[in-house]
Design a protein around this ligand. Structure first.
Ligand SMILES: Cc1cc2nc3c(=O)[nH]c(=O)nc-3n(C[C@H](O)[C@H](O)[C@H](O)COP(=O)(O)OP(=O)(O)OC[C@H]3O[C@@H](n4cnc5c(N)ncnc54)[C@H](O)[C@@H]3O)c2cc1C
Length: 499
């Protein structure tokens, strides 16, 4: 829940509500600590965390002597249990890295070796025949593949939301719509200056993603810089969601893991990403050249992919540091500020393990940890109408008839789920979208957006013109165009009754 941090004191404050910030908030919320998370967006998970490939990587890409290598597989192994506790979309669908030429074979061998050093379970090279038996829609030109059966796919922003929900249930304070604009080391604590007020904390975690270098500079720390590496991704209709079942990688380049074919946890297919270094930390536009590059590359791997099945596209910016690895260490300027910077891929996979390392670093810096036996580590399950059988649906509708009103036809999302998302903290149209999937289907909100606005306005007790897409400045309705537009009456007349 958003609060105004006029003056707040915490044992640990975390700057940045991405997967890393929320994972460490969740981890720390198991102890008796006063915690604060500060996020400049209206909700958590709207940085790189909402715009990535959603892959729980197999642990064979990175050198075992790097944080990336060590923490990728440690994170990967935590996902099955964590996803269950947090009630988030996750599937251990396996990963194939495919070879098309004799020159690719040593690359497979090299990654097999790395995977073995990183202790990746079940990793092996498979023949062309076995690869095609596993994935019949792969190109006939494939000659072999590296197979990591414990690679997975997850809904990344849902995970960040779930981490923060559990941490809040344990008493952590969440300050959204709040930007950190300065830090002052007062020797026994850090004064955090935000655009909404001041927060004091004994320790601060810098998990500010693309802006982690700027946060470091607030205390005069210039030890690293972050350069965005842009990645375009294209999401395809669920209709073609089972063209492949495993995540398919080409052999990689030194800059990127390549352009992939990725099943999503929700049953879509995604293709991408590109990898383009550029100075602009807000360059979120997709391009014709990116589209061409992606479609050409993936059609070489899965020829049946057709660009007409693309329903939307987005851009994610990797926070690449000049050190080439995750930076997990106290600032050289003050031991009270601990960096979680340069968290590019596989940062999503590694996040639960990064949270453990950050906790260890806090203890080394002097934080005392006392377990809180009353703390919860699981999220109250979210009612998901589309995933229920008819008996479960009938029971849910009997308990609350608003679950009988379909609001998003593409994804079968009900009014009851939207109200539940609002009760759990959603305040914006995107907040609803990322918590429920309303607006994520084929029509991309064309039908349900006015209804979502009306429900938000009704539940929050505000005028529909105050409802934003993603926080202040992104208001959707400038003024009521005609009586009833986006009003609750409109919800009643347009929603599809199931009862
Ligand atoms: C295209 C692409 C594909 C990827 N694919 C994968 C993948 O498949 N698997 C995988 O493991 N990893 C993947 N990654 C990497 C992964 O997405 C990132 O490593 C991870 O999301 C980083 O999380 P984070 O919390 O460090 O950063 P972010 O999610 O960016 O969070 C940082 C937060 O800090 C906030 N912030 C910044 N400055 C301030 C401030 N001054 N005050 C308050 N808040 C502030 C931002 O608003 C943001 O929400 C991919 C990345 C990209 C871009």
């Amino acid at each position: 829940m958003t609060k105004a941090p006029e003056l707040y004191s915490a044992d640990v404050a975390i700057i940045g509500g991405g997967i890393v910030g929320t994972a460490v908030l969740y981890e720390l919320s198991q102890y008796r600590l006063r915690l604060a998370l500060i996020e400049k967006n209206a909700e958590v998970g709207w940085g790189a965390t909402k715009a990535n490939s959603g892959i729980v990587h197999g642990g064979f890409h990175d050198d075992p002597n790097t944080w990336k290598g060590k923490l990728c597989i440690r994170g990967n192994q935590k996902f099955p249990e964590l996803a269950k506790k947090l009630d988030v979309g996750f599937r251990q669908n396996g990963i194939l890295m495919v070879a098309f030429s004799e020159e690719d074979l040593p690359v497979l061998e090299q990654h097999l070796e790395r995977g073995k050093l990183n202790q990746v379970p079940g990793i092996r090279i498979i023949s062309r025949e076995e690869a095609l038996a596993l994935e019949p829609n792969l190109s006939e030109d494939v000659i072999a593949a590296l197979y990591a059966p414990e690679g997975g796919i997850v809904n990344p922003f849902e995970m960040a939301i779930a981490f923060s929900e559990v941490a809040q249930a344990n008493g952590a304070a969440l300050f959204t719509d709040t930007t950190v604009i300065g830090l002052e080391d007062e020797s026994d604590r850090i004064r955090i200056v935000t655009d909404k007020g001041v927060i004091y904390a004994r320790y601060v975690i810098n998990a500010a993603g693309l802006y982690a270098d700027e946060v470091a500079r607030f205390v005069g720390d210039t030890s690293f810089t972050i350069t965005p590496r842009k990645g375009e991704e294209y999401l395809m209709d669920k209709r073609v969601g089972d063209l492949v079942h495993r995540t398919i990688f080409p052999t990689p380049s030194p800059k990127s893991k390549g352009i992939l074919v990725i099943p999503t946890a929700e049953g879509n297919l995604m293709i991408g990403p590109t990898a383009l270094e550029l100075p602009d930390k807000e360059a979120l536009d997709t391009t014709a050249s990116g589209f061409e590059e992606i479609v050409t590359s993936v059609r070489r791997i899965v020829p049946r992919i057709n660009s007409r099945d693309i329903i939307t596209s987005f851009v994610g910016l990797r926070a690449a540091s000049d050190r080439g690895d995750f930076i997990l260490e106290p600032s050289s300027k003050t031991p009270r500020l601990i960096h979680a910077a340069g968290i590019e891929s596989p940062g999503l996979t590694a996040a639960p393990a990064i949270a453990e390392v950050l906790t260890e670093l806090l203890v080394e810096a002097g934080l005392e940890l006392e377990e809180n036996p009353e703390a919860v580590d699981s999220r109250r399950p979210f009612p998901r109408f589309h995933a229920m059988d008819n008996e479960e649906r009938a029971k849910l509708i009997a308990s609350d008839p608003s679950f009988g009103h379909i609001i998003c036809r593409c994804e079968t999302i009900t009014e009851g789920e939207i109200v539940e998302a609002i009760k759990r903290g959603a305040r914006t149209v995107d907040g609803i979208k990322f918590r429920t999937r309303a607006g994520m289907g084929r029509c991309q909100g064309g039908f349900c957006q006015p209804l979502v606005i009306a429900i938000l306005a009704r539940e929050l007790g505000v005028d529909p013109t105050e409802i934003t897409k993603r926080g202040p400045g992104s208001e959707i309705l400038l003024e009521p165009v005609r009586k009833g537009l986006a009003s609750d009456d409109n919800v009643s007349s347009q929603k599809e009754e199931l009862v």
